[in-house]
Design a protein around this ligand. Structure first.
Ligand code: 5GP
Ligand code: ZN
Length: 140
């Protein structure tokens, strides 16, 4: 399951070079070419899924398990002070490569520009929040 126009599929096939820190039958984990911090890495499933809507549930679960292991490993090796796990879906959400990936972003107290993920907070009324809550209540 590859997309011939996808840059991450090409990386997975070795057609484009990457700095690989981990590989197994389902995933390749590479350093981000334009890192937000030292050690910024990306978990790439080997099969092409555009985003979280498309990804196989089992592979998503495996990606989450791998993210936990890598977070511990990378924190130990890098001596970072915190960690962001981030995953963008759709252009409006900041996705620029449309092959599912999870960002592993080590965070450092010492880093000068530590304002990587700063968003402004919406001021919603209680009734707006109640309405959203009612709409989203679910059981699976
Ligand atoms: P997105 O914005 O889609 O969540 O993240 C895409 C990420 O892929 C960006 O952080 C970008 O720096 C990284 N990226 C894009 N092209 C390449 C590439 O060819 N090689 C590597 N290693 N990273 C890439
Ligand atoms: Zn792909």
């Amino acid at each position: 399951m590859r997309d011939e126009n996808c840059i991450f599929c090409k990386i997975i096939e070795g057609k484009i070079p990457s700095r690989t820190i981990y590989e197994d039958e389902d995933f390749k984990v590479i350093l981000d070419a334009n890192p937000a911090s030292k050690g910024h890495a990306l978990i790439l499933p080997k099969n092409h899924y555009a985003n979280v809507y498309e990804i196989d549930e089992e592979i998503f679960a495996k990606a989450a398990k791998l993210a936990k292991k890598l977070t511990a490993h990378m924190t130990k090796k890098l001596g970072c002070d915190g960690f962001n796990l981030l995953q963008n879906n759709g252009e409006v959400a900041g996705q620029t490569v449309f092959h599912f990936h999870m960002h592993l972003i080590p965070r450092y107290k010492s880093m000068k520009n530590n304002d990587l993920l700063n968003w402004t907070h919406l001021e919603l009324t209680d009734s707006q929040q109640d309405e959203i809550c009612e709409k989203l209540k679910c059981e699976f």
